[in-house]
Design a protein around this ligand. Structure first.
Ligand code: RB5
Length: 161
């Protein structure tokens, strides 16, 4: 089966591919917490940087994760910057990548159930670690509903003006 990022067919617990995680300086501390949480859950993650709180440009890190998800190397991506916004803007430029900024468990659940989001974006200056764990749990546990939602997300990848 095609392993590129087109639908939710690879989202089950049986999918052994790692989760790509990256941040800029604004998300560095929360990224460390995300990596610890994933390890605690027994989930394999690839840390694609950044490696310190030194100022860096978020588009580079968003692109690393988006390319890997698009290619099917990673089953999901998690991106953290100050707000999650810049990361999502960059990641969503890649066809087949559906990045969602989530600041609640509800939006995370809906991002998966309705939008088949394959990249979760978090704001390291917006949410705390407890909230981030709630969001991660919701995002990782919720399957895509398919049906009418599959038709709608297919529209996202149609040719743009
Ligand atoms: C960096 O200061 C900040 O702009 C970045 O982390 C992010 O919030 C951009 O969307």
């Amino acid at each position: 089966m095609n392993a590129t990022a087109t639908g939710g067919e690879h989202m089950g617990a049986e999918d052994a591919r790692p989760i790509a995680v990256a941040s800029d300086h604004g998300g560095f501390d929360l990224k460390s917490h995300v990596l610890a949480y994933l390890a605690d859950q027994g989930l394999e993650a690839a840390d694609l940087g950044t490696r310190s709180r030194e100022s860096v440009d978020y588009p580079f890190f968003a692109a690393q994760v988006a390319r890997g998800v698009q290619a099917g190397t990673y089953r999901l991506g998690i991106l953290v910057c100050g707000t999650g916004l810049g990361m999502s803007m960059m990641a969503n430029r890649y066809r087949g990548v559906r990045a969602a900024v989530c600041s609640s468990a509800y939006t995370a659940r809906m991002a998966r159930e309705h939008n088949d989001a394959n990249v979760l974006c978090l704001g390291g200056r917006v949410i705390g670690t407890g909230q981030a764990e709630d969001i991660l749990r919701a995002f990782l546990d919720q399957p895509f509903a398919g049906g009418r939602h599959a038709r709608r997300i297919a529209c996202l990848d149609e040719d743009l003006p």
